[in-house]
Design a protein. Structure first.
Ligand SMILES: NC(=O)c1ccc[n+]([C@@H]2O[C@H](COP(=O)([O-])OP(=O)(O)OC[C@H]3O[C@@H](n4cnc5c(N)ncnc54)[C@H](O)[C@@H]3O)[C@@H](O)[C@H]2O)c1
Length: 178
């Protein structure tokens, strides 16, 4: 079976994680990465990964079917819309959008271009989440009125852009993690 080619935009913490998983996937293949910072592209090259010089180079690569967007939250919309308009399926990191309008624009653009758009809500695939979902759907425990689930970052929220409201996150003082 031919593997589906995926490009990763943003080669930071999560982009590196996506790239590593793609390198080990049985069904998908890492076409390459694009990062706005030259040093991050150089880092990928050192790791043996093909790098695109510009986002346009990623978008015009016809072999790329899926783009994973792993850049700061306030930049998601621009890259996601461009990728969808280029006919690529898109998986965007969470939180995917800063406003409801922004999310609706992404969804309508995906529909208009007949491509898939999803967000990397990885917690939805955790075994505890799936177990609770299965129990709820079985009806075993009757009607569920409320479920509270929390994941605590062991080292708190990382610093950098995540502490600035303009990028979509406001508070770095708690141990919580989005
Ligand atoms: N799913 C999860 O569990 C999880 C965990 C951590 C972060 N995230 C999300 O992943 C996204 C990225 O977070 P991170 O921790 O990897 O950040 P990061 O700062 O480690 O990496 C972001 C990278 O994007 C690059 N970048 C910035 N703007 C760009 C652009 N316009 N085009 C190309 N590259 C660009 C930066 O140079 C940087 O290398 C955020 O949306 C964040 O909320 C999700």
């Amino acid at each position: 079976m031919e593997k589906i080619k995926v490009a990763v935009v943003g080669y930071g913490g999560m982009g590196g994680w996506h790239a590593d998983h793609l390198l080990n996937s049985d069904v998908a293949e890492l076409a390459g990465i694009y990062d706005i910072k030259k040093e991050r592209r150089q880092c990928a090259e050192k790791n043996g990964i093909y790098t695109y010089d510009t986002l346009d180079d990623v978008l015009s690569d016809k072999s790329v079917k899926i783009i994973t967007v792993a850049i700061p939250n306030d930049s998601h919309e621009d890259v996601v819309i461009k990728a969808l308009e280029a006919g690529k399926h898109v998986i965007c990191e969470k939180p995917v959008a800063l406003t409801l309008e922004s999310l609706e624009l992404m969804i309508s653009t995906a529909k208009r271009n007949n491509v898939l758009f999803s967000t990397h809500q990885n917690r939805r695939w955790d075994v505890d989440f799936l177990a609770i979902k299965q129990i709820k759907e079985s009806g075993e425990i009757g009607e569920v009125l409320d479920i509270e689930s929390r994941v605590q970052g062991s080292r708190g929220i990382p610093s950098d852009w995540r502490c600035e409201k303009i990028h979509g996150v406001e508070c770095c003082t708690t141990g919580g993690f989005i």
